[in-house]
Design a protein around this ligand. Sequence first.
Ligand code: GTP
Ligand code: MG
Length: 205
Amino acid sequence: MVIKTAEFVKSSDRWQDCPEGELPEYAFIGRSNVGKSSLINAMMNYKDLAKTSRTPGKTQLINHFIINEKWYLTDLPGYGYARVSKTMRKDFEKLITNYILNRKNLVNLFILVDSRHTPQIIDVEFIEWCGENGIPFSIIFTKSDKLKPNVIAKNVEHYKTELLKTWEDLPETYITSAEKKTGGDAILDFISKTNEFLLNNHVKF
Ligand code: GTP
Ligand code: MG
């Protein structure tokens, strides 16, 4: 998919305030600092479309971007950020889960995990929660530039093996680096094909 336009639409602190939901929507979620905003920028070929930071907890609202005037890309706040109060963490959690459960045009959730780590409890629990709630998702491994390709491949295999302990089928997986701008094309291909399918089947939200 060629990105002709990528524009910021709005930031919302409740799912009810998100933009009119008639276009297909794809959202990035994952632990704080995993690289959600950076990957959005890399895929859209923008330096600063989504705000990024070395400090976890940068994205605190639901941020909508409209791509090619045809679909929404959403940058969500990270979960599991330890350095905020318990109440704030609960509020973030509620913001995220309410958005996911209520956003009718949300077609697919991309769950980002750090390719350097073994499956983390918080990610595994979130993936389980998606399963229980029938939320379609794919997994994106981030920051693959930080390790050698053979180590990444081993980590990804390990991750899949862990998932297969509870899942019959594996979701789509993508290996990416925002730094090296790799892996984004496969994600855009998937989005493009899905949009085409929705259009051909006259799916309305
Ligand atoms: P929150 O908004 O806090 O939830 O974080 P986020 O998931 O949006 O992470 P963000 O994109 O802000 O990136 C966090 C840090 O990781 C920044 O310092 C980025 O430069 C770095 N980073 C993100 N992606 C990559 C990558 O592919 N490679 C490398 N080496 N660093 C990355
Ligand atoms: Mg962010």
